[in-house]
Design a protein. Sequence first.
Length: 258
Amino acid sequence: MGASVTLFLVEISPKDRFVTVYGRKPVLEALDDPALSVDKVVLADTARGPAAREILDAARSRGVAVQRATAQRVKVLAGNGKQDQGVLADVVAPRMKPLALALEEGGLKSVLVLDGITTPANVGMILRTATAAGIDGIVVPRRGVASIDPLVVKASAGVAFRAPVLRCGTSAEASALLRASGFPLYALDSHASDTIYSASFPARAAFVLGSETAGITEDVRPHITSWLSIPMAAGVESLNVASAAAVLCFELVRRAQP
């Protein structure tokens, strides 16, 4: 009798596959965009009238399944009880995956880790900039960072749907995984003697971006291997985190030029 082989398939959470948008206008915009693949729409069973009919018609024209659920269930799934308006849509994010899976697959070289950045506009702008710069992965933890919602999508000008987003529980978990995989972790600090222009980076490196108010969180600090600054003139202490991310990302682009 031949040996039997059991295959174990890794089940990826829907939260690590889709960007969930909520509210009538964002859902309709997603359904009306042929470049986006919408997995499903969830509509509150209390939703009636012209607005609900418009969503149902748009979903039908795209061949997208519509599930009915209680209004409370929609609020839970959307994660925003004040602005969901009784409807959400799961939009396929083709480059989104768990950080652990991306590390297992290999190929990551440049990685950003968002740490404690809770302003949706900043997260959206960072996703747009890093994707434009060709960064291999942007770690957006499920906790401690603004979730990828319609506000983030809007700030990214829609780039959030196709950004190379890597998911994990927390920024500390991401930092530990990256260090265990051989990535040095660099963090920005206005008082660091090394700058993003003078430091040498290996082929594989991760860069942690902290919030403007608290900086790098205490759980992440032990994982940092080097601190870097962006030179400032005229007494300016620091940049907005999204602006700092742009400076860093395009310095990496400059270094990669032949």
